[in-house]
Design a protein around this ligand. Structure first.
Ligand SMILES: [Zn+2]
Length: 149
């Protein structure tokens, strides 16, 4: 399987003033880098991290897996800056256009790696991402008092 994570470079660097998105974007990248480091352990062929920038000279092209999610906003095509794409041996591509789902897929890979290694390799995650992985803000999470001092 091959994986490509696509994120907004400006969110990653905190320039888009969306703290929640910045936290999750950084975690997505941190998770993808761990998965890339250990990819051979879980039979991944390739892991790409593509940071999309608004600078001139970045045409938004994917790094390896040629699919980009888009939405229509005000009758304009808006290309998604955050997505995860996987391509399996069968040649099918799966596009995960929600950061939440992308995070869950990467966290699943990290769990697998941790099992193979018999060692926890997950990066330190933000409270925002921890909440997503715990099932979202709908009360499914038992609040840890230490997390919100
Ligand atoms: Zn951004």
């Amino acid at each position: 399987m091959r994986i490509e994570l696509r994120v907004c470079k400006h969110c990653f660097e905190g320039e888009h003033e969306n703290e929640h998105k910045t936290a999750v974007t950084r975690d997505l990248v941190a998770c993808a880098r761990v998965v890339r480091e250990y990819k051979d352990l879980i039979d991944l062929d390739d892991v790409h991290v593509r940071m999309v920038s608004e600078d001139e000279g970045d045409d938004g092209r994917p790094a390896a897996l040629p699919a980009v999610a888009a939405t229509i906003q005000n009758e304009q095509v808006v290309v998604s800056d955050t997505q995860l794409i996987t391509m399996g041996e069968n040649g099918y591509m799966l596009v995960y256009p929600n950061p939440q789902d992308a995070l869950k897929v990467l966290a699943g890979n990290i769990d697998e790696i941790s099992k193979v290694l018999d060692e926890e390799v997950s990066p330190e995650l933000s409270p925002e991402s921890a909440e997503i992985l715990a099932g979202g803000p709908d009360g499914a999470v038992e609040e840890d008092a230490d997390m919100y001092p």
